[in-house]
Design a protein around this ligand. Structure first.
Ligand SMILES: [Zn+2]
Length: 231
């Protein structure tokens, strides 16, 4: 990741990924970073000149992405939970609580008019269920490791809201972070992220050995993890 200062004082952060691509590709993402892929013949200077010339375009794109995210955040009609969409039903009573059950999400509130408030109740309900799910999946991974004669490393799990990654593993600290946004995806997809992060305890890169181990442990890895690439 690198940040450049534009002639007008604004700063623009980009990440250059070297790939065997014919053209230089630029992609602004909602984390406010421009992801650039280019082959090794394209110099950093050329990339930065292009970024500088097209800066207004990228700032505009960040703006649009943020606006889109904000709009989707205010959706209080449906809840996406483990790959399914649940309708939201507002029930006027003072419990100030959302309950996500098998068929719908019931929101008990007297302040139903305020969508941001309703959303916060829904998010709390989702976060609670997701935390329980993560405890379950973590135990599942650890049991499987043991069954195969491998010692599961001591691990603390933290659930976080992250904009650019689904999970991360600090293998030196014994700490795995899982993105709360995974709550919208199927259970198997969340499990695939758990396996991915656990595999990083053995392999600190994305080498072939890493994926061989990952696929051996969780053969359906691609089937479910690929769902995360569609976004
Ligand atoms: Zn990884």
């Amino acid at each position: 990741m690198k940040t450049i200062t534009l002639p007008d004082g604004r700063t623009l952060t980009y990440e250059l990924i070297r790939k065997r691509v014919k053209n230089v590709n630029f992609r602004a993402k909602d984390d406010g970073i421009v992801y650039v892929s280019a082959n090794s013949r394209v110099s950093v200077k050329e990339v930065e000149r292009f970024l500088t010339e097209r800066a207004d375009f990228f700032f505009g794109a960040f703006e649009r992405l943020r606006a889109r995210e904000k709009r989707s955040e205010i959706n209080t009609e449906t809840v996406n939970w483990l790959g399914l969409e649940y309708p939201v039903r507002i029930i006027h009573n003072a419990r100030e609580l959302a309950v996500l059950d098998e068929t719908e999400c019931r929101v008990f509130t007297r302040l139903g008019g305020d969508s941001e408030y309703v959303l916060s109740l829904i998010q709390r309900a989702v976060a609670e269920r997701f935390a329980a799910l993560c405890t379950e999946l973590n135990a599942e991974v650890r049991t499987e490791l043991e069954r195969r004669g491998l010692t599961p490393p001591p691990t603390r799990i933290t659930i976080k809201d992250m904009s650019s990654r689904w999970g991360s593993c600090s293998y030196t600290k014994g700490h795995i972070s899982i993105n709360i946004r995974l709550a919208a995806y199927p259970r198997e997809t969340v499990l695939s992220v758990f396996w991915h992060e656990y595999a990083h305890y053995r392999y600190h890169d994305h080498s072939k050995a890493f994926y061989d181990f990952l696929l051996d442990m969780y053969p359906d890895y691609y089937k479910y993890n690929d769902l995360l690439k569609e976004k």
